[in-house]
Design a protein around this ligand. Sequence first.
Ligand code: 6PG
Length: 255
Amino acid sequence: MPTERFHLAGAEILVGADVEETVRIAAGQFAALTRKIAAEGRAVNVALSGGNTPRPLFQALAADPFAGLIPWDSLQFFWGDERNVPPGSPDSNYSMARELLLSKVPVPQANIHRIPTGNGTAIEAADLYERTLRELVPRSGGLPRFDYNLLGLGLNGHTASLFPGRPSLHEQQRLVVADHVDQVNSWRVTLTPPVLNNAAQITFFVLGEEKADAVKKVLEGSRDHERIPAQLIAPRDGTLTWILDSAAASQLTRA
Ligand code: 6PG
């Protein structure tokens, strides 16, 4: 159970006392959501985030009690963004998820849809992934609709690979774009705001004191999508949840 539960800026905020409790909150949300959808006889379309923060969450999902609760064969795995590296690279978001989660649970290989980076240009990977989303993810409102979209938060307020000042922030037609991000000196492939915001459940999972300032800016700062891209995330017809440990939530105003 969360230590704290409140609402801020149209989002549900769930706070765990420490990392372990926060991981359990996020894993519990994922298990409950996937079980509910699978019980309706539907596939569960999931988009994962990358970076380091999700590591303990993926490890928890791959272990008891959660691994035994989740209907793995009903899940279809996608990614919200990827670096333009081969699947075996230590920088690959896909590799991290495969190492910690997907190699340890019975998800059919055919249900894993990585962003096809590393064997061509990032632009080619984005074009291919756009087609994959349009073919495989059911639509709502004319766009593919993920059932669950996990997102992280960068210190500079980026999320997925939507970075401050980048053209991708204004993309309204494409579902997936490639971008050379000078701030990290690398090519990235990212889902765009329209498809991210078309998800039914969007969960930011953020841990640590170092992120407290960025969390505060996103949720309570002045609206500035250009400078704080995570402020672009507002589901068209869905739920936005921030799952934070007390350190990451430490600067938030409680009613
Ligand atoms: C990526 C992620 C990115 C990440 C943030 C936070 O490809 O890096 O998708 O959006 O969530 O950069 O990264 P950490 O969790 O490593 O702090």
